[in-house]
Design a protein around this ligand. Structure first.
Ligand SMILES: [Zn+2]
Length: 445
């Protein structure tokens, strides 16, 4: 029995190696993603493949030789806009060798890696062309001077999940998570920037991938963020699953099986997108000291999460109708000194919610709700040295009041004074949105 299977395996191996010898691998697709500091070119392979990489000057060009491979795609389809690539030439050479030449407008630092299959990809050869002068490590921002009289804004880093080679989940109509979360993230940035005391910055602002550890480190160390929001969309095999949810970090296990599953999926992004070894090791768990610092941020994350859920419940259904912030070991949230949340905006696998997530109007309502939750948190817990802290110390008891006129709603008043509806309700001890003409509301500062 054992002997027979050995023979069978030998026969298969012989077949495989002969097919490699006599039939060159067909490379049928290639993708290109432009990031702020590099250009990523990805070849989809049928199996592992040997290649060589050469960098030539005068004029600058990169030459990649793919051994035992035939290219069967049109490089003219690739958009080279904003890349240093001025042209791509493909030619066959002796010994089943396919040569791909990248003509460049400036010198780059090239690097390649071969990636094993991982859903939704097969084998891949990744060629990264790093822009020159982009190799400096992340620069730390100077800590804010708390003695200064100038109130600084609260900085919110918005992380659109996935990107580039990592499409995230997809919907029945083919909607990709990486696309809709970027659209929502941009609307969220605009909403936050329209509010006093807040400044929003994007961690990813295009169709490219940023390693998970870099996302939170860029947010904190480069952008100086106080708040970190990672925007995602959910998916499940049962199309009926629906609703938005909010997650925070846990250092000790997950609060539910679903939260653990979601964290596992989210933490797999680096492998789907393909990151270099040293980038992956950046993401090792931080030390005990960092964990202690993180406990404080996590309490605040849970508080902000509840306020965000409260606002989101006005514009969309919540998953399981629960206003509970779940927790799990999300690598992207594991950064001390930031109040960090991962927002699942809805189920892209649910046909109705997929339609919503694609809809610009819905995206805007959702973005406005998340922004209102963040603002509400900043008002309730003003961070020292920020605009919110100064507002509180200057305003305090002398909050202005507003007499309700016909046609006004709680939300129109909230917008007029740039406060959240939640803050307005809480400040006036209102149980519902019901208000009457002539009633006087105190406006929180
Ligand atoms: Zn996601």
């Amino acid at each position: 029995m054992i002997k027979r299977s050995v023979i069978a395996i030998t026969a298969i191996l012989a077949m495989v190696s002969s097919s490699l010898l006599f039939a060159a691998q067909q490379i049928e697709s290639v993708r290109l993603h432009r990031a702020p500091d590099h250009t990523r070119v990805v070849f989809d392979l049928k199996g592992p493949l040997d290649h060589t990489l050469d960098k030539l000057a005068n004029p600058d060009r990169i030459v990649v030789d793919l051994l035992d491979a035939e290219m069967d795609f049109d490089v003219a389809d690739l958009s080279l806009e904003t890349t240093p690539i001025t042209g791509i030439r493909v030619g066959s050479h002796e010994g089943n060798r396919t040569r791909v030449v990248f003509d460049l407008s400036q010198a780059v630092r090239p690097r390649t890696m071969v990636l094993k299959p991982i859903d939704p990809h097969g084998w891949r050869l990744v060629l990264d062309l790093f822009d020159k002068g982009q190799s400096e490590p992340v620069k730390s921002v100077a800590p804010a001077d708390s003695s200064s009289n100038v109130a600084r804004p609260v900085i919110v880093a918005i992380d659109a999940g996935h990107g580039g080679e990592d499409p995230g989940a997809s919907g029945p109509r083919g909607t990709r998570e990486k696309d809709v979360v970027l659209q929502i993230a941009r609307k969220l940035r605009d909403e936050l920037n329209g509010l006093s005391g807040l400044k929003a910055v994007m961690v990813r602002d295009g169709d490219y991938y940023v390693p998970l550890a870099d996302r939170r480190r860029i947010a904190r160390e480069k952008l100086g963020a106080d708040v970190f929001l990672s925007i995602h969309a959910d998916a499940f095999t049962d199309k009926r699953a629906h609703g938005a949810s909010v997650f925070a970090l846990s250092l000790r296990g997950a609060t539910s099986a679903r939260a653990r599953l979601l964290a596992d999926i989210a933490n797999d992004s680096d492998r789907v997108a393909g990151v270099y070894q040293e980038e992956a090791s950046n993401d090792q768990l931080l030390g005990v000291l960092a964990d202690l610092t993180m406990e404080g941020s996590m309490t605040h994350s849970l508080t902000m999460g509840r306020l965000v859920l409260e606002e989101m419940a006005r514009v969309t259904k919540l998953h399981g109708n629960r206003r509970k912030v779940e927790q799990a070991g999300f690598a992207v949230l594991k950064q001390p000194e930031m109040v960090s949340l991962l927002v699942e905006t809805g189920f892209i696998s649910n046909p109705g919610e997929e339609r919503n997530l694609r809809d610009a109007g819905f995206q805007k309502r959702l973005a406005r709700a998340i922004a209102a939750g963040v603002k509400s948190y900043c008002e309730t817990y003003p961070k020292p040295g920020t605009w919110f802290a100064v507002q509180r110390s200057q305003g305090g008891s002398q909050a202005s009041s507003h007499r309700i006129a016909p046609g006004e709603t709680l939300s129109s008043i909230a917008r007029r004074y740039a406060v959240s509806e939640t803050a307005l309700r809480r400040h006036n001890k209102l149980d519902s949105d019901l208000i009457r003409v002539g009633q006087v509301l105190e406006i929180p500062r």
